[in-house]
Design a binder for this molecule. Structure first.
Ligand SMILES: [Zn+2]
Length: 91
């Protein structure tokens, strides 16, 4: 579940950064992903491991028809309870 919610969060963040930098194209995005804490569907905040496969699936579904449609998203699992953009290549 967190995979799909995180996909939305990541795409929103990448779009915001791309806009801020005035990019019309984003070739590649690298992301570090740990355990992600979220509150959803009436549950209190809890952490959950992220499936990279589900995350990629969610990202490609959400980015269809946007400037991120052809962007390569590289996700790396790390220790800790956070995610962050480590690289964004665009023009
Ligand atoms: Zn959950």
């Amino acid at each position: 579940m967190h995979d799909f919610l995180l996909a939305k969060e990541i795409v929103g963040e990448v779009l915001a950064v791309a806009k801020e930098k005035g990019l019309s194209k984003v070739e590649k995005v690298s992301i570090e992903i740990g355990l992600i804490a979220m509150a959803h569907d009436g549950h209190a905040e809890h952490t959950e491991d992220i499936s990279v496969e589900n995350l990629q699936f969610g990202i490609s579904a959400i980015t269809k028809g946007t400037i991120l449609e052809k962007t390569i998203f590289v996700s790396e699992k790390v220790a800790g309870e956070h995610w962050k953009l480590t690289e964004l290549e665009g023009s």
